[in-house]
Design a protein around this ligand. Structure first.
Ligand code: SAM
Length: 292
């Protein structure tokens, strides 16, 4: 059998054979290092009975490693030009299905129920297109899919924000949105040299383990996320000033905002970045009655 897809020589041969040109706007940076791919798959903790969903298989570098280590792989690829290439590179594997679709438009729940009927353990594993990292992760989490978690490569700067703890400059509404659903951890920092073409930014791999229950109990998730976003609208402002200026009729309802902060045990002079997710949960429940 041919060598792994993800070697510089084999990748170059495949790209030349098909006259493939990279589309920057589709975030096409392919991995050419099998060792990195093996380590990414290790972090997914798959068994031979697991299913894997991949986003953006490219020429199949990661797909191949997933096919070797799981029962079935379903991969969503937006770029039609890659379909004949994948057909050839993945021909040794009979447990891979490629779906030609934009992941942001796909009905992933339906695909899971059609394709993974007898599979109980399901992970998303991907080297994500960097231009849409956050919408993809948020879609996968908010669609409440039956997945154990996500292991994915993304810009290091976004990984830092996702996994950030309160009191750090990276902590914000993105950290909260993702940690509400998952335990988030950066597990690898990846050098630019393992991609063709090399991206302009540093990369990292994060592991998101889905929580059985969201981290905090809230009355209304959408309202909770509105409160967290409002609290970080201007990072240098206090929480009370941000809420007053961001929430509808916030100025008129300043007394209610102060009351909700007091009931939650939060000093109105604190900044959003110092509040734990539990504190945001309590605060949004206290504010709910005043704004809903
Ligand atoms: N998995 C391959 C690898 O590691 O070498 C390629 C990863 S590359 C960073 C991102 C891939 O996502 C590309 O193949 C690109 O065409 C695909 N892609 C970009 N936007 C997409 C979308 N909205 N839905 C599905 N695939 C997408």
């Amino acid at each position: 059998m041919d060598k792994d897809i993800a070697t510089p020589v084999r990748t170059k041969r495949i790209l030349e054979k098909y006259g493939f040109s990279f589309k920057k706007r589709l975030g096409q940076n392919f991995l050419i290092d099998t060792n990195i791919l093996t380590r990414i798959v290790d972090h997914a903790e798959l068994s031979g009975q697991s299913g894997a969903i991949e986003i953006g298989p490219g020429i199949g570098a990661l797909t191949e490693q997933l096919a070797k280590r799981s029962k079935k792989v379903v991969a969503f690829e937006i770029d039609q030009r890659l379909l004949p290439i994948l057909e050839e590179t993945l021909s040794p594997y009979d447990n891979v299905k490629i779906i030609h679709e934009d992941i942001l438009k796909a009905d992933v729940a339906q695909v899971i129920s059609d394709e993974f009927q007898r599979i109980e353990d399901l992970m998303v594993v991907a080297n994500l297109p960097y231009y849409v990292t956050t919408p993809i992760i948020l879609k996968l989490l908010t669609d409440t899919l039956p997945i154990r978690g996500i292991v994915c490569m993304l810009q290091k700067e976004v990984a830092d924000r996702i996994a950030a703890r309160p009191g750090t400059k990276e902590y914000g509404s993105l950290s909260i949105a993702i940690q509400y659903y998952t335990e988030a951890e950066t597990v690898m920092i990846v050098p630019k040299t393992v991609f063709v073409p090399q991206p302009n930014v540093d990369s990292a791999v994060i592991r998101l383990k889905r929580r059985e229950q969201p981290l905090v109990e809230v009355i209304d998730e959408e309202f909770f996320f509105t409160i967290t976003r409002a609290s970080f609208a201007q990072r240098r402002k206090t929480i009370s000033n941000n809420l007053t200026s961001q929430l509808p009729d916030g100025k008129a309802k300043k007394a209610s905002i102060l009351q909700a902060l007091e009931r939650s045990g939060i000093d109105p002079a604190r900044r959003g970045e110092t509040l734990s997710i539990e504190e945001f949960g309590k605060l949004s429940s206290e504010l709910y009655g005043f704004f809903k």
